[in-house]
Every structure is written in C-alpha cells, then in structure tokens.
Design a binder for this molecule. Structure first.
Ligand SMILES: [Zn+2]
Length: 260
C-alpha cells in the first residue's frame, strides 16, 4: 500500500508522462488515486499536468467535497468518484485527451474491432460513451453503464478515461488505448482490416482471468464488442470509393445483361 506522499509523487510523475507524450495539452486531463475508504487524492483544476508539484494536489471525500489542498477541485471529479464507487477493485483513474483515440471519439467511433490480440485480451474492446457536458451529471450518466465491465472508455467529443488497481496500470492503459487507436487508423488508411474470428476472440476473452486475476470483469462477446471476422477464421474488410462502387455495380450489370 502506497503512502499519501508516495501517491502524491506518483500522480505528479504520471502527469509529466501524459504531458510529455502529448496525451494532454493546456490544462487538459486529470489523475486521481484512492487514499482510503473516505478520501481521494486528485489533480486540481487549471494546471498543466506536466508542471505539477506534490502539494498542488487536493484531497476530496466521496461526495467530491474538498478536505484539504490550496487549489480548486477539478470539475471532472464526479467521473472519478463514479468509477471508485462502482469498482471496488480500482484504486487509480487517469483521464486525458490523446489525439488519435479522441479523434475516434469525436468521429463517433468506438475502438471495438478485433484487430490486435493483446488489446482484445486486455480490454475486450474500448467502447464509446455518449456525449455528456463535462462537469455535469450527463457525463457520469453516459459513462455509468460501461464502468462495471470496461477498464478504458472513449468519451464522445471529449477524450478517454482509463482505470486500474494502481496508478501504473491506469496510466499504461491510457498509453495502450492511444497506441491501439494509431494502429486502427493505419488499417483504415491501408483500406484493409483482417479481423480475428469469433472463435479466436472467445479464446482470448476466456483467458483474461488467468492473465489478470480472478477479480477481472468477465466480458461476453457481443455483436459490437469486439467486432470479429465472423465464425470462419480471419476475414478482411476493405473500402472502395463511391466511383469505384458505381463502376463495380455497372460492371456487374453489364455482365448480367451480356449473359441474358
Ligand atoms: Zn476532459
């Protein structure tokens, strides 16, 4: 169990990492850690997460009321509190605006395709929560249905939240979400995606508990999480432009006219 002063240093360090990697800009993002059953240690509002000192952090109770600290509490604290209340296994939360993953969130796209085995194993998929105004109950209501099952969630037109048993795991999940978003984007640029089959995905989801421990939330595969290549091995998706599609339809129609 980390002491309060160790957790203060850890949060400052994670703030530097997310800032250095370009996962936040300006005053974006926030980081928190559970101190005990009554108190959460959190980054304050209006400060660069790359330039914090340990005594910039604030301590709040589980209603979001400040207990100590000379700075103001972030307006996004309710999101952190929701996660701590619903997930007793979680002791740290990281929220950031990583550009590629947030691009998906702003395009209305979840990162839910079975493209990379380790990502399926780690996350199942990374769902997209509907938009909610930051700092309001709308935002927490949008996240609430997803928090029990997933450890990383895209927030529509906003950013990403990840969480875990400790700060390192919560931070590494943020890094992996952005990395996977970049890989997904490359497959989109290539115009091809070879998705893992449903059977391959089922094997990965079944292996989660043995990799990550008995408390790992079970993820049941659905039609949208993750999207697989179907039953018969890997399948490829590819894209054509409208002109190419029209040409293919015209060609098919010419052939069928020629045969009749
Ligand atoms: Zn935010």
């Amino acid at each position: 169990m980390r002491t309060e002063s160790e957790l203060r240093r850890d949060i400052v360090e994670v703030g530097r990492w997310i800032h250095r990697q370009g996962l936040v800009s300006g005053y974006d993002g926030n980081i928190s850690a559970r101190l005990d059953r009554h108190r959460i240690l959190a980054t304050p509002t209006t400060i660069s997460k790359g330039m914090m000192q340990p005594d910039d952090l604030v301590i709040v109770d589980y209603d979001g009321q400040k207990i100590s600290g000379h700075r103001h509490v972030t307006s996004e604290i309710a999101m952190h509190l929701l996660i701590y209340r619903r997930r007793p296994d979680v002791n740290a939360v990281v929220h950031a605006h990583p550009p590629t993953a947030t691009g998906y969130a702003a395009a209305g796209l979840p990162l839910n395709k079975a493209l990379v085995s380790e990502v399926v194993l780690s996350f199942g998929c990374i769902p997209l929560a509907p938009y909610g105004t930051p700092g309001t109950a709308e935002l927490t209501e949008a996240l609430a249905p997803l928090v029990a099952t997933f450890d990383a969630i895209l927030m529509a037109n906003h950013g990403v939240v990840t969480f875990g048993a400790d700060l390192m795991r919560a931070y590494l999940r943020m890094e992996t979400v952005e990395h996977f978003a970049k890989i997904s984007l490359v497959t989109e640029l290539l115009g091809r995606q070879a998705l893992l089959s449903s059977a391959e995905v089922d094997k990965l989801l079944a292996a989660r508990a043995s990799y990550f421990g008995a408390g790992t939330p079970a993820i049941e595969r659905s039609a949208v999480c993750p999207v697989t290549g179907g039953e018969a091995g890997r399948s490829e998706r590819f894209w054509v432009s409208r002109e190419e599609l029209e040409e293919l339809v015209a060609e098919a129609s010419r052939r069928s006219n020629a045969q009749s």
